[in-house]
Design a binder for this molecule. Sequence first.
Ligand code: PMP
Length: 415
Amino acid sequence: MNASSLESEVRSYSRNWPVVFDRARGSRLHDRDGRAHLDFFAGAGALNYGHNHPVLKRALLDYLERDGVTHSLDMLTAAKEDFLTEFGARVLAPRRLDYRVQFPGPTGTNSVEAALKLARKVTGRQTVVAFTGAFHGMSLGSLAVTGNASKRAGAGVPLGHTWRLPYDGFAGGQVSGLKLLDSMLADRSSGLDLPAAVIVETVQGEGGVNPAGPAWLADLAELCDRRGILLVVDDVQMGCGRTGPFFSFEVAGITPDIVCLSKSLSGYGLPMALTLFRTELDVWQPGEHNGTFRGNNPAFVTAAAALREFWADSALEKQTEVRGALFDERLGELAERYAAHVSAHRGRGLAWGLAFRDAPVARRVADAAFARGLLVETSGSEDEVVKLLPPLTAGDDELAEGLDLLGEAVAATVG
Ligand code: PMP
């Protein structure tokens, strides 16, 4: 029996990229047949600093060499202490953020589960407001607030206590979800009870790279504040510098009550997640939300090294913003040239999407990119958007090469 027939039918990426990947460095993955692939997928946002970054690798190897603790549940270890010190000093303090840090479990969905549970516990209310196009994870609580019905299909249990509202730009911006929510809550005849929380991505990644406008995000924060609803920002995919600043919500000048982080936190593709919340929301009782893998010390080691390496100043943030302008320009040219097939290009920082009018064309473009040595994935409710998430650390030449290859793939598909 070969490996791919042993793996469940649920596998996805291995179908689109039918090679065996073996080594990876920086922005390139190498397959077993010796072919190099330029990685504009970056672990779905888990590899903002590229593959096997030498500084992070050194920190990890040194830690393993000295028999550093690897698994520790939530015991205090030197690696955890170092990470927390760096996170406080380099991420929270400069932004004047007064958050407590919870280690909710290894992945993004664990962070969302903790956030929803905490919001419900703090407020004593049940409903969570989520948006069209949202993606928050595959476990049941996070799945309940995920928009795409095909992802929720087959969950086998009722996924309740969620209201869905139009995200910024939904239906061409014709419908304002925020005004609707506000007026419904103001009118008792609506029968709506106050929700516990609103959960939002500032740029929807899986939903098709939809950036919410900073003004819309500020309005959302104001509405939540005025009505006493907790605002949860799911920064699992767009955090850790993907859109420029460390937290993607910084663009709107807002301070969420609760923040979910994961993916690129460890900087090395190692599972790690955090849930951050305002200090006064820390109503957890000891052991009330635990899990075996809250203490992935190798991830703490690379995460602390990544904070020292990339977040000691604002150089990476500024570089990402400049590169965002380059992507805007280059993808804008493609959108114009192939306007009959491309409906939009959109993004922020180094998260970009090229939306196609006909969903299967997006898949064909991604396949044509793969054939040319570029890894890109599709996203969006119909998988109609080619999503670009290059490592933030890619060289200018690599970014230009990837954009050229994408251009060739589009030309070969619809030119
Ligand atoms: N939230 C967002 C915004 C995500 O993009 C993802 C993963 N794509 C998740 C949550 C879930 O993270 P994980 O797959 O690590 O559980």
